[in-house]
Design a protein around this ligand. Structure first.
Ligand code: ZN
Length: 490
């Protein structure tokens, strides 16, 4: 088995990966709160931990990968007060909260499939684990690390911190939190502003609620991950992942909850992917640079010069190390598109190569470089640059400047297939050559010219219908100043 080193956010250094049980890996990753379409911020952790999932399986581990769906308890502003994000969206769209959950879970799954991420082994929902969450509240309460106030239950951070280290993951300490968190205004039920809710009594207007001995209420946001990771992976498991934005308070709270309930720390390796910026700016709805994955795939956003295929997005994310920030721009995405094409062309060239009697190249050397890059904390930018170097060698062989034996040729093909498709999880995207498809071209152009006329006549119902029906059969229409453009969905 390969020696894999990963950076542990807890020890703040790279450690050799040694699972708790030989040959088996338990991995938990915080999934999305499903109240809107998935965006770039969802793509990065999904792809990062998909890469890890794929690689662990490739090197022979049996992996149980759990990624949750948050469908209750995540309040606006990530705090303990305010509306539930899902209920808020439901009110806006005049739907049941669970209709919102279903809609955006489905759309998340579709996007994840487009990005070619493998389905997790288990995908539990918070609302399906209320009983287990209440049990954990009881355990924490009975162990003396929680208190009840007016039907809500809060985690007692100060008490926990007497025997444990609250802040060990994020490097924050209680004194600092005293100074930086909001002062109590006397109305607050918490003893300290940094305490967090395990169970909240629902206000009359709060729709998503369950009965319990404490009150009619709902679980605190952090609790679901402690509960569901324990349920499906045990009181101790190997890897917990998520975006860096979840490190504090979410993951810090998870550590405290699990220790307070189970008596031991649950996670051996904490892993965090870094954030995505857009043209150097943090992504945010108020900044107008919020781009959903569907908008990227269709090109339908004013910041986008064109559409970018799911594999372009995947390749672009993999070209950066997961612990570095990634900046999205049209220029960078177009460079990624070209880079990926170069890689796929190399693989196509490999198929055309005729072997010689002997080799002038060293396959073992290439293979070692690939593995040492990925074993070094999943260093995909280095891996991809070695793969590009390999493409240069492939081109030299094809140009008869180098020779390769039949045996080495098979090894090289296998190596590229394994790393490109199985580990990096890329797949060739069908690009129907429109020039060879005259009938299709003429028919689509005909329809779009009718649509143009309809628009001129302000018959928007017809124009929208044509666009939507074409979209349904996989043709994306893009409006331009001087007419239209269209392309086939990948
Ligand atoms: Zn979580």
């Amino acid at each position: 088995m390969q020696d894999l080193y990963i950076y542990n956010s807890l020890s703040r250094k790279k450690e050799k990966f040694e699972p708790l049980i030989k040959g088996h890996v338990g991995m938990y990753v915080c999934g999305p709160t499903v109240y809107g379409e998935a965006h770039l911020g969802h793509a990065r952790p999904a792809i990062t931990f998909d890469l890890l999932f794929r690689y662990l399986k490739h090197i022979g581990y049996k992996v149980r990968y759990v990624r949750n769906i948050t469908d209750v308890g995540h309040l606006v502003n990530d705090a303990d007060e305010g509306e539930d994000k899902i209920a808020k969206k439901a009110k806006l769209e005049e739907l049941e909260p669970m209709e919102i959950v279903q809609r955006y879970t489905d759309s998340y799954h579709k996007n994840m499939e487009q990005l070619n991420t493998l389905t997790p082994s288990i995908e539990p929902r918070a609302s399906g684990h209320i009983i287990e969450q209440l049990q954990m509240v009881d355990d924490i309460f009975n162990n003396g690390y929680a208190y009840e106030k007016n039907g809500s239950v809060y985690f007692d951070v100060e008490k926990y911190n007497k025997k444990n280290n609250y802040g060990k993951l994020s490097g924050r300490n209680i004194d600092e939190l005293f100074n930086t968190t909001r002062q109590l205004d006397g109305q607050d039920e918490k003893k300290n502003s940094f305490d967090f809710a395990l169970w909240k009594k629902a206000k009359p207007e709060h729709i998503m609620r369950w009965p319990s001995k404490w009150s009619n209420g709902f679980p605190g946001w952090h609790l679901e991950c402690s509960t569901m990771s324990t349920k499906y992976l045990g009181k101790q498991f190997d890897i917990h992942g998520g975006g860096m934005d979840l490190l504090f308070p979410h993951h810090e709270c998870e550590i405290a909850q699990s220790k307070a309930a189970n008596g031991n720390e649950s996670v051996k390796y904490w892993m965090h992917n870094n954030m995505i910026t857009i043209n150097g700016q943090k992504m945010g709805k108020s900044l107008g640079n919020f781009i959903t994955l569907n908008e990227l795939f269709s090109g339908n956003h004013n910041l986008l010069e064109k559409s970018y295929s799911p594999m372009t997005i995947r390749f672009f994310i993999l070209q950066a190390h997961y612990r570095s920030t990634v900046d999205f721009s049209n220029k960078a995405l177009q460079a990624a598109e070209k880079g990926m094409e170069r890689l796929f062309n190399g693989i196509e060239t490999l198929k055309k190569i005729k072997p010689s009697d002997s080799s002038t190249i060293n396959i073992t050397d290439i293979k070692n470089k690939f593995y040492s890059a990925i074993n070094d904390d999943l260093n995909t930018p280095i891996l991809i640059s070695h793969m590009f170097d390999g493409v240069k060698i492939i081109n030299s062989i094809y140009a008869n400047k180098e020779q390769i034996s039949a045996n080495d040729l098979e090894l090289l093909k296998k190596l590229y297939k394994t790393f490109t498709f199985d580990i990096l999880g890329l797949k060739p995207e069908s690009k129907i050559d429109n020039s060879n498809n005259n009938v299709l071209n003429s028919v689509v152009d005909l329809l779009l010219n009718i649509r143009l006329k309809a628009k001129e006549n302000k018959d928007f119902a017809t124009s929208d219908k044509i666009r939507d029906e074409l979209n349904k059969i996989g043709i994306i229409v893009k409006d331009k100043k001087d007419g239209f453009d269209w392309e086939l969905k990948n």
